[in-house]
Design a protein around this ligand. Structure first.
Ligand code: HDD
Length: 708
C-alpha cells in the first residue's frame, strides 16, 4: 500500500471510530489495572455539590499519571523529529569492513533517524541558527549500530572535557534565561573568543548551512575519524558522509526569523508531510577511507574533530542509500525515547582516539540513565535490537524482561554455561588491537594547534553571496553582544582567518580593525591556563578551494517536495492555473492556492478549487516559489503584492501569466529594477522554464542588485 493510501485508510479508520462503528465491547475504557470504567467525566463526590473523596482511586490514578507525563528533555539536541526507513547497501565495503550490513549489495537494514537542533529547548523553533543533529540507528543483524553525527563535518572543541563549558556558554544565560535557541549573546562569543579551535566550526555555523531549508536538503557527517576493520583484521580510518539526493539548500536569515514566527515546526512539518505524500527523503552514504599507513600524510591530525579531510585529497565513495518512508506512530514513544550512542557498534567498525569521541562514549549512557530513568532503556521498543539479547544483567527500574532460570552469572555450570561468549569468527566483537605507547598526560598533541587554515579554506571556498551571508551573520551575532571586549577579541580572531572579513565585521560593529591588536586573543589567555594550549599556529594555504564546501555547487535538478504558492482570486483563469499546477505536481512538488478568503472557487469551469490559505494564514517565507495565474490585478488584495515583494527579496523564483505581469511589476516597484532584466522572474514562460527555475532554488544575483 502506498503511503498515501495508508494515510487514507487510517483516515477512514478514524472516521469509522468517530461514527461509532466500533462497538463499545471492542474498545472499553479501562483503568491501568484493566478495570472497565463507567464514568470518566466526574470525580467521586460526597453529594452532587460536596467535596471529592480520597477514595476515588480512578481519579488519583489518572491525575498521578498525568503529573508524571514529562521526562527531562535532552540536555542538548532537545528539539528534534524522526522517521523510520531503511539503509540499502549499493556497493560492498567488504574489502574494508566485516560489518554484516556492509557486505552484500542490496542488503536492507531498518533505520530510525532523528534530526535536531542543539541549543534550544524541546519547544523551540526549528529555524534557529544552529548545528543540526543527524542521528541514525541501524537495526542490524549483529545488533544496533548508531551513527550519531551532525550536518556540519567539524566541531567547536577538540576535547570532550570542554563540552559542558561550550554548552553552558551557548544555552540561555543563567541569570535571566535569555536568549532561547540562539548563539547571538555574550557568553557564547566570550567562550569562542578564548577558544581559537572553534573558528572553523564558527565559519560553518555562521554560513547558511546553519539555517537549512529542510532536513531532506541537509548533508550529514559522522564528524570524527572512525575505524573500519576487515575480516583479516586490517584497519582503515574512515569519515562518514550523508549526501542528500535533493541537494543541499538553505533559507536566508531574514526568512529564518520570519518562519520562526509563522511556523516554528517548519522542518518537522516538512519531514512529516513529505513522508505522508510519498516523497520519501533520501540520502547517499559515502565514506572517505584512509589506509593506516597514510595516517600522518595530512597537514592536520586525523584525530582532530575540528578538521575535515578535503574531498580533493580523499574522494567520497558512495556505498549505499537511506530512505525515510514511515512516520513514527507516537512522538513520545519513539522520537523522544530513542537513545542514540556513538558507542553502539558492530564488528567491523571501531573508534579512533579522537579525544572528543572518547568523551562522548561515556556521556551518552550516562545521559540516558537520568533521562529515561534507569538502566533498562534498551528495552524500550524503539531502542530494542532486532536480534535476541542475552546476558547476566538483571533487574533495575522498569525491567521488562522476565529472565528465567537459576543463574545470573558467568561462568556457571548450573545454567549449563549459558549464555556463551562468541569467538571473533562467530561474530563476536573485539576491539581493534591498536598499539598504544605513551605517557599518561593531560595535554593535546601539537598537531592539533592549526586552528585557522581550514577555517580560511572554508571561507575561500564560498561563493560571493555565501561570503556576504557569513559576514551578515557575524554582524548580527556580534551586534547582539554587549561586551565590546568580546567583540574585539572575536574580530581579532577572525582577522587570522580572513583580513577582509574581519575588516567588514569591525566596521559594522563600529570598531577599527587597525586598532584591535591582531594578537588580542593571546592576551585573553585565562590566568589559570597553560599558555601552551593557547598558541595557535598561523594559517597555511594549501588547497585554494574545496568545491564540496560551497552549497552553490550542489545539485539543482529536482523540485520534489518544494512548496509553490499560487496567488488567485475568484476571477483567476482556470486554464492558466491548471496548466502550471499539473506540470508542477507531476514533478512531485506541492501547489497551495492562496486567496483573499477560504472556501472553494469555481473559476468559470465545472471544477471546485479548494483554497488552502488566506494571506492571514500563509506568508511567502513558507514557500519556495510563487506563481500568479492570469487574472485581473484588481481582484488581488494589497497583501498579494507584499507576498510577492517578500519572495522577491528572498531571491525566489516568481512566475506569472497575463495580467499577473503587471501585479508583479507593481509589487517590486520599490526595488527599481527592470522586470525583464531581473533574474528569476518567469513572466509568460513555459511551465518547464518555471520548473527549472524552481530547481535553481534561489537567484542570488538579485540579492546583489537589490542591495546595490
Ligand atoms: Fe552529542 C546528543 C551529536 C559531541 C553529549 N549529540 C547528541 C545528539 C546528536 C549529537 C546528533 C542527539 C541524539 C538524538 O537525536 O537523540 N555530539 C554530537 C556530535 C558531537 C557531539 C556530532 C561531536 C562531534 N555530545 C558531544 C560531546 C558530548 C556529547 C563531546 C559530551 C561529552 N550529546 C551528548 C549527550 C546527548 C547528546 C549529553 C544529549 C541527549 C543524548 O545524548 O542522548 O549525551
Amino acid at each position: 500500500m502506498s503511503q498515501k493510501n495508508k494515510h487514507h485508510s487510517e483516515q477512514s479508520k478514524v472516521e469509522d471510530l468517530e461514527k461509532n462503528k466500533v462497538s463499545h465491547e471492542d474498545q472499553p475504557l479501562t483503568s491501568n489495572q484493566g478495570l472497565k470504567i463507567t464514568d470518566d467525566q466526574h470525580s467521586l463526590k460526597a453529594g452532587e455539590r460536596g467535596p471529592s473523596l480520597l477514595e476515588d482511586f480512578y481519579l488519583r490514578e489518572k491525575i498521578t499519571h498525568f503529573d508524571h507525563e514529562r521526562i527531562p528533555e535532552r540536555v542538548v539536541h532537545a528539539r528534534g523529529s524522526a522517521a523510520h526507513g531503511y539503509f540499502e547497501l549499493t556497493s560492498s565495503l567488504s574489502e574494508y569492513s566485516k560489518a554484516g550490513f556492509l557486505q552484500k549489495e542490496g542488503t536492507r537494514t531498518p533505520v530510525f533517524t532523528r534530526f535536531s537542533t542543539v541549543a534550544g529547548s524541546k519547544g523551540s523553533t526549528d529555524l534557529a541558527r544552529d548545528v543540526r543533529g543527524f542521528s541514525v540507528k541501524f537495526y542490524t543483524q549483529e545488533g544496533i549500530y548508531d551513527l550519531v553525527g551532525n550536518n556540519i563535518p567539524v566541531f567547536f572543541i577538540q576535547d570532550a572535557v570542554k563540552f559542558p563549558d561550550l554548552i553552558h556558554a551557548v544555552k540561555p544565560e543563567p541569570h535571566n534565561e535569555i536568549p532561547q535557541a540562539a548563539s547571538a549573546h555574550d557568553t557564547f562569543w566570550d567562550f569562542v573568543s578564548v577558544m581559537p579551535e572553534s573558528m572553523h566550526m564558527i565559519m560553518w555555523t555562521m554560513s547558511d548551512r546553519a539555517i537549512p531549508r529542510s532536513y531532506s536538503r541537509m548533508e550529514g557527517f559522522g564528524v570524527h575519524t572512525f575505524r573500519l576493520v576487515n575480516e583479516a583484521g586490517k584497519s582503515f580510518f574512515v569519515k562518514f558522509h550523508w549526501k542528500p539526493v535533493l541537494g543541499v539548500h538553505s533559507v536566508v536569515w531574514e526568512e529564518a526569523q520570519m518562519i520562526s514566527g509563522a511556523d516554528p515546526d517548519f522542518h518537522r512539518r516538512d519531514l512529516w508531510q513529505s513522508i505522508e505524500d510519498g516523497n520519501y527523503p533520501e540520502w547517499h552514504l559515502g565514506v572517505q577511507i584512509v589506509e593506516e599507513e597514510r595516517e600522518h600524510d595530512f597537514d592536520f591530525d586525523l584525530l582532530d574533530p575540528t578538521k575535515i579531510i578535503p574531498e580533493e585529497e580523499v574522494p567520497v565513495r558512495i556505498i549505499g542509500r537511506m530512505v525515510l518512508d514511515r512516520n513514527p506512530d507516537n512522538f513520545f514513544a519513539e522520537t523522544e525515547q530513542v537513545a542514540f550512542h556513538p558507542g553502539h557498534l558492530v564488528p567491523g567498525i571501531d573508534f579512533s582516539n579522537d579525544p572528543l569521541l572518547q568523551g562522548r562514549l561515556f556521556s551518552y549512557t550516562d545521559t540516558q540513565l537520568i533521562r529515561l530513568g534507569g538502566p533498562n532503556f534498551h528495552e524500550i521498543p524503539i531502542n530494542r535490537p532486532t536480534v535476541p539479547v542475552r546476558n547476566n544483567q538483571r533487574d533495575g527500574y522498569m525491567r521488562q524482561t522476565i529472565d528465567k532460570g537459576q543463574t545470573s552469572y558467568h561462568p556457571n555450570r548450573l545454567g549449563g554455561g549459558c549464555p556463551f561468549q562468541s569467538k571473533m569468527s562467530e561474530g563476536g566483537f573485539t576491539s581493534y588491537h591498536e598499539r598504544i605507547d605513551g605517557h599518561k598526560i593531560r595535554n593535546r598533541s601539537k598537531s592539533f594547534f592549526d586552528h585557522f587554515s581550514q577555517a580560511a579554506l572554508f571561507y575561500r571556498s564560498q561563493s560571493k553571496v555565501e561570503k556576504t551571508h557569513i559576514e551578515n551573520a557575524l554582524k548580527f551575532e556580534l551586534g547582539k553582544v554587549k561586551s565590546v571586549e568580546v567583540q574585539k577579541r572575536v574580530v581579532a580572531m577572525l582577522a587570522e582567518v580572513d583580513k577582509g572579513l574581519a575588516e567588514g565585521i569591525a566596521e559594522g560593529l563600529g570598531l577599527h580593525l587597525a586598532e584591535i591588536a591582531v594578537d588580542q586573543f593571546n592576551h585573553s589567555i585565562p590566568a589559570d591556563a597553560n599558555p601552551e594550549d593557547f598558541q595557535p599556529q598561523k594559517k597555511k594555504v594549501g588547497l585554494e578551494k574545496s568545491e564540496a564546501l560551497s552549497m552553490e555547487n550542489t545539485k539543482k535538478d529536482s523540485i520534489q517536495g518544494r512548496r509553490v504558492a499560487f496567488l488567485i482570486h475568484e476571477g483567476t483563469s482556470a486554464n492558466s492555473l491548471d496548466k502550471m499546477k499539473e506540470a508542477i505536481e507531476k514533478e512531485k512538488a506541492n501547489v497551495f492556492l492562496i486567496a483573499p478568503k477560504l472556501g472553494s472557487f469555481k473559476l468559470g469551469n465545472s471544477k471546485n478549487y479548494g483554497i488552502d490559505h488566506t494571506y492571514q494564514t500563509a506568508m511567502s517565507v513558507l514557500f519556495d516559489a510563487v506563481f500568479v495565474p492570469e487574472g485581473e490585478v484588481k481582484g488581488h488584495p494589497k497583501s498579494a503584492k507584499l507576498f510577492i515583494e517578500e519572495a522577491f527579496r528572498h531571491c525566489k523564483p516568481i512566475g506569472g501569466e497575463g495580467h499577473a505581469g503587471n501585479l508583479i511589476e507593481e509589487a517590486i516597484k520599490i526595488h527599481n529594477m527592470e522586470i525583464n532584466q531581473t533574474p528569476g522572474l518567469f513572466i509568460e514562460t513555459t511551465p518547464k522554464a518555471f520548473i527549472d527555475g524552481i530547481a535553481q532554488h534561489r537567484f542570488w544575483d538579485r540579492e546583489e542588485m537589490i542591495q546595490g
